[in-house]
Design a protein around this ligand. Structure first.
Ligand SMILES: [Zn+2]
Length: 182
């Protein structure tokens, strides 16, 4: 299953081929990995700006998760389960073509968001399965951030500093813990 174009590396305009953290070849090694991209949308449908993008192999994601607090990970997981259950109740047969047009956990539409993030679980240059990608709205990301302990927030901040290469002038746009590898 082809990875949607939305998840391409914005610089090469091709699929991510290497882990942004350890540099492992994601394709040759048939690795499982996550792609995460964050966008800011301009008012009046005047387009959008990429805030950051990253591809992380599962090995690196596991290492990173090991540094987060157990409580934070459990809270995020419980939050996901609760919200996705509510969404399934509200909309039992979601149209797969809206996976990148609607927040997975709130049902909010893209046109009502000021910021959003998209995530994909891939393997060896393909989607891991048909539905292994989704979008989260600004609102939901904020709610998730509120669930994080100070320790977890610091760790995520450190991870962003080390791996995302965000220019300092943009940093003020990010609250701690904006990066959420799920
Ligand atoms: Zn890696």
């Amino acid at each position: 299953m082809k990875i949607p174009a939305k998840f391409e590396n914005s610089i090469s305009e091709k699929n991510f081929s290497h882990c942004s953290v350890c540099g492992a070849d994601l394709i040759a090694n048939n690795k499982d990995y996550l792609i995460e991209k964050a966008y800011k949308r301009f008012a009046n449908n005047l387009g959008e700006e990429l805030l950051f993008e990253i591809a992380v192999c599962f090995d690196c994601a596991e290492t990173m998760k090991g540094e987060l607090s157990k409580e934070s990970l459990e809270s995020i997981s419980a939050f996901f389960q609760k919200k996705s259950f509510e969404q399934k109740q509200a909309n039992p047969n979601p149209d797969p073509s809206i996976l990148l047009g609607q927040c997975l956990l709130s049902g909010k539409n893209l046109c009502d968001m000021q910021e959003y993030q998209v995530y994909a679980h891939c393997r060896g240059g393909q989607l891991a399965d048909h539905h292994s990608y989704y979008m989260l709205s600004d609102e939901i990301i904020e709610e998730i951030q509120e669930l994080l302990s100070d320790h977890t927030r610091d760790q995520l901040q450190k991870f962003s500093d080390d791996n995302l290469g965000i220019p300092p002038e943009l940093k003020k746009l990010f609250s701690n813990g904006d990066l959420i590898i799920l």
